[in-house]
Design a protein around this ligand. Structure first.
Ligand code: NAD
Length: 307
C-alpha cells in the first residue's frame, strides 16, 4: 500500500517508521527543511525503547506526485489547511485519509478536500517526541480508535485497520469515535494550556485545589457544548478519566508547554479550548474558562512574538 504521512514531526515519524517496518511503501511529507535534510542524509534515527536507524523517503508535500492509497494527517492543527492544499495532487477517488490530530472540528476542514466516504477520524494515545531534526523519541505503547466519517466508507476502511494493526499500531474500529475525540480534547484542554500558562508539570498543576476547580469547570464547559452538539459525553466519566491521566502523566510537561514555553512555537489552543468557546458562542452557551484560557495563551504567543 502506498502510504503518505502528511506532517512528519514526532507522531508522523512514529507512524511512518512502524508502517515501513511492517513492509508498507511509506513516504514522509514535511516542510521543515532541517528535518528533511537530516533524514535524507542520515536516515530516520529512533531513540527510546528500541533504538534504530532506517533510511526513509521524505520530501516536501508539493513534491509528492503518485496518487496515495492512504494518507495519515499528522500536522499541527493550524498547519492542516495548507497541508491539504499542498497534497491535492496525491488525493485520488479511492484515497483514504485518516486524521489523528488532537483537537476538535478538523472534519470541517478535511471534507473540503476529501470525499466523506474516504475520511477516517480518530484519536490516539500513542506518543512521540523529537530530539532534533531527523531524531524521533519513541517510548511506550498506545492504541488508536478510529471510524469512517461516513457509514458508506466503513467496509472499505477494514483494509486500513488491518494494515495499521499489522504495523502494531493497535487500532480499534469504533462505531462512535466522536466521544473519544472529545474526551481526549478534554485531557488536552485541562492540562496543556494550564501547564503552559503556569509553567509547571501536570502533577504540579493537579496538586492544588484551585487548579482542580478550574479543571472541573473546563470539563463542564466541554461537556455542555459537546452534548448540545449531539456528542454522547458523560461528565463524571470524563472527570475520572482526566484525573487518571493526570496521575499517570504527573511528571511530564504537556506538549503545549513544550511548544510554547520551551520552544516558542504556536499552539493548537484554537482547536482545543478555543474550539469549545467558538462553538459555545454559536450555541448560546457561556464558556468563560475556555475563552479566558484561549485569550491568555494567545496573549503569551504575542508576548513571545510568535503570533
Ligand atoms: P510536531 O510538532 O512534532 O510536528 C508537527 C509539524 O511541525 C511537523 O511538520 C514538524 O516537522 C514540524 N516541526 C516540529 N518541530 C519543528 C521545529 N523545531 N521547527 C520547524 N518545524 C517543526 O507535532 P506532533 O507531536 O507530531 O503532533 C502532530 C499532531 O498529533 C498534533 O495535532 C498533536 O496534538 C497530535 N498528537 C501528538 C502526540 C505526541 O505525543 N506528540 C500524541 C497524540 C496526538
Amino acid at each position: 500500500m502506498r502510504i503518505y504521512i502528511a506532517g512528519s514531526g514526532a507522531m508522523g515519524c512514529r507512524f511512518g517508521y512502524q508502517l515501513q517496518k511492517s513492509g508498507e511503501d511509506v513516504v514522509l511529507l514535511d516542510n521543515w527543511e532541517d528535518h528533511i535534510a537530516a533524514i535524507q542524509k542520515n536516515g530516520l534515527t529512533i531513540v527510546g525503547d528500541e533504538p534504530d536507524n532506517v533510511p526513509m523517503t521524505i520530501m516536501k508535500p508539493t513534491q509528492a506526485k503518485d496518487v496515495a492509497d492512504f494518507i495519515i494527517l499528522f500536522t499541527k492543527a493550524m498547519q492542516l489547511p495548507s497541508m491539504l492544499e499542498d497534497i491535492k495532487q496525491i488525493i485520488g477517488a479511492h484515497t483514504k485519509v485518516l486524521c489523528l490530530l488532537n483537537g476538535l472540528g478538523h472534519e470541517d476542514t478535511i471534507r473540503k478536500y476529501i470525499k466523506e466516504e474516504n475520511i477516517l477520524m480518530g484519536v490516539t494515545v500513542w506518543t512521540a517526541g523529537l530530539k532534533g531534526p531527523g531524531v524521533a523519541i519513541l517510548q511506550g505503547k498506545g492504541t488508536i480508535n478510529m471510524q469512517s466519517f461516513d457509514k458508506n466508507g466503513a467496509e472499505s476502511s477494514r483494509e486500513i485497520v488491518d494494515v495499521m494493526n499489522k504495523a502494531g499500531l493497535n487500532v480499534i474500529y469504533d462505531e462512535d469515535v466522536l466521544p473519544s475525540i472529545w474526551r481526549k480534547a478534554c485531557v488536552n484542554g485541562t492540562m496543556n494550556s494550564t501547564c503552559a500558562l503556569c509553567d509547571c508539570t501536570i502533577g504540579e498543576f493537579f496538586a492544588t485545589e484551585d487548579a482542580l476547580h478550574t479543571v472541573r469547570c473546563i470539563i463542564h464547559e466541554f461537556c455542555e457544548v459537546g452534548i448540545a452538539s449531539g456528542i454522547k459525553l458523560n461528565e463524571k466519566e470524563i472527570v475520572d478519566y482526566v484525573m487518571h491521566v493526570s496521575e499517570i502523566a504527573a511528571p511530564h510537561y504537556p506538549s503545549m508547554h513544550q511548544d510554547l514555553v520551551q520552544n516558542h512555537r504556536l499552539t493548537e489552543i484554537d482547536f482545543i479550548n478555543g474550539a469549545v468557546a467558538r462553538r459555545g458562542k454559536k450555541l448560546g452557551i457561556d464558556t468563560p474558562y475556555c475563552q479566558m484560557i484561549t485569550d491568555l495563551i494567545h496573549a503569551k504567543e504575542h508576548i513571545l512574538k510568535i503570533a
